[in-house]
Design a protein around this ligand. Structure first.
Ligand code: TYM
Length: 330
């Protein structure tokens, strides 16, 4: 039996180079050796207010992007989360086993709730969000979860919930592990290189979007914040330069040592120019392939329907096992 992998991205905003380098770009390589399940996690997206029309469009766009990135629906299970009701069911059960204290310690909850307008209330879904993420992973008995570093705390909670449930009711869930890039597991905002590059940030000047126009991508990279040291070193005192080096190294499939050697005699302008080249070399063909998939909505529908059918088949036995252990009448 192959090991199973699960991962997902929220269609809550336009996908960024952070989503791509931290997660999506790594996903296709698992298709040969693992049993892979990738989802567009739309139930997560509504923890923050969404425009229904945009949510709908982005869900399909992300499906097209997943395929353009190399995920083959014949080799992977590719589906839309809200079409598989088992996620919400297991989420409720796990929420009954999660503690207020541990959920309130989640940095993403603290961060996202602090960004909600003072006069608005914080939706409880935002608080419960990590239990839904745990349900996504545990439902499929996934052992590996390829994500960016910002998700490591949620993964830790997933492991805690799985262990807690197993201890209380007997072995039910596999205990998953994260899979992270060895470097560049967190891509930073180009204007504020100590803040994560996030699709939900207000200021878009430091964010490279996957579907963004060439001119605008070039401009943002050329204007990215560096420092006045003028030396290309890889260290935390130069977060802007380090971030650009990570982007370059990941996209050119080089180690950091090779990358530093490559830029040894060069300055920031050349670094930015070369980062632009590798970003465009990757994103322009990705955009083209994405548009091609989007142009065939009938085919897209077939893919997500078939994906959801296959996902349900995998999810049901685990959910039934959980219900049985809890004493529900099946
Ligand atoms: P989301 O939608 O915020 O991000 C999707 C993936 O992109 C990664 N990522 C980054 N990696 C590196 N640098 C960045 N700047 C960056 N920004 C985002 C994220 O780590 C993630 O891997 N809760 C998850 C979605 C989710 C999920 C799951 C993931 C729901 N259920 C089950 C794995 C397994 C989230 O909000 O990711």
């Amino acid at each position: 039996m192959k090991k199973r992998i699960f991962s997902g991205i929220q269609p809550s905003g336009d996908l960024t180079l952070g989503n791509y380098l931290g997660a999506l770009r790594n996903w296709p390589r698992f298709q040969e050796d693992y049993d892979v399940v990738y989802s567009i996690v739309d139930l997560h997206a509504i923890t923050i207010k969404q425009d229904p029309k945009l949510l709908h469009e982005r869900t399909l766009l992300n499906l097209a992007l997943y395929m353009a990135a190399g995920i083959d629906p014949e080799k992977s299970i590719l589906f839309i989360q809200s079409q598989v009701a088992e996620h919400t069911e297991l989420c409720w059960i796990l929420a009954c086993h999660a503690y207020m204290g541990e959920l309130s310690r989640m940095t993403q909850f603290k961060d996202k709730s602090s960004r909600i307008n003072q006069n608005d209330s914080i939706p409880s879904g935002l608080f419960n969000y990590p239990t839904l993420m745990a349900a996504d992973i545990l439902l499929y008995q996934a052992e590996l979860v390829p994500v960016g570093e910002d998700q490591s705390q949620h993964l830790e909670l997933t492991r805690d919930l799985a262990l807690r449930f197993n201890n209380a009711y007997g072995k039910t869930f596999k205990i998953p592990q994260g899979h992270f890039n060895p470097f560049g597991a967190k891509i930073y905002d180009l204007q504020n290189p100590t803040a994560v590059m996030s699709k939900s940030s207000e200021n878009k000047n430091g964010i490279l979007f996957l579907m963004e126009e060439e001119k605008s991508l070039r401009k943002k990279i050329a204007r990215s914040v560096t420092d006045n040291l003028g030396k290309i070193h890889y260290n935390d005192d130069q977060p802007g330069v380090k971030n650009l080096l990570n982007i370059y190294a990941l996209l050119s499939n080089k180690t950091i040592d090779k990358t530093l050697l490559h830029f040894q005699e060069k300055g920031y302008k050349e670094l930015k120019d070369e980062v632009s080249e590798v970003v465009l070399n990757e994103l322009l063909p990705l955009q083209k392939r994405t548009r091609e998939y989007l142009n065939d909505p009938t085919e897209l529908k077939k893919i997500y329907e078939k994906g959801a059918d296959k996902a349900r088949v995998l999810a049901k036995p685990t959910l039934d096992d959980v219900k049985n252990k809890l004493g529900f009448v099946l």
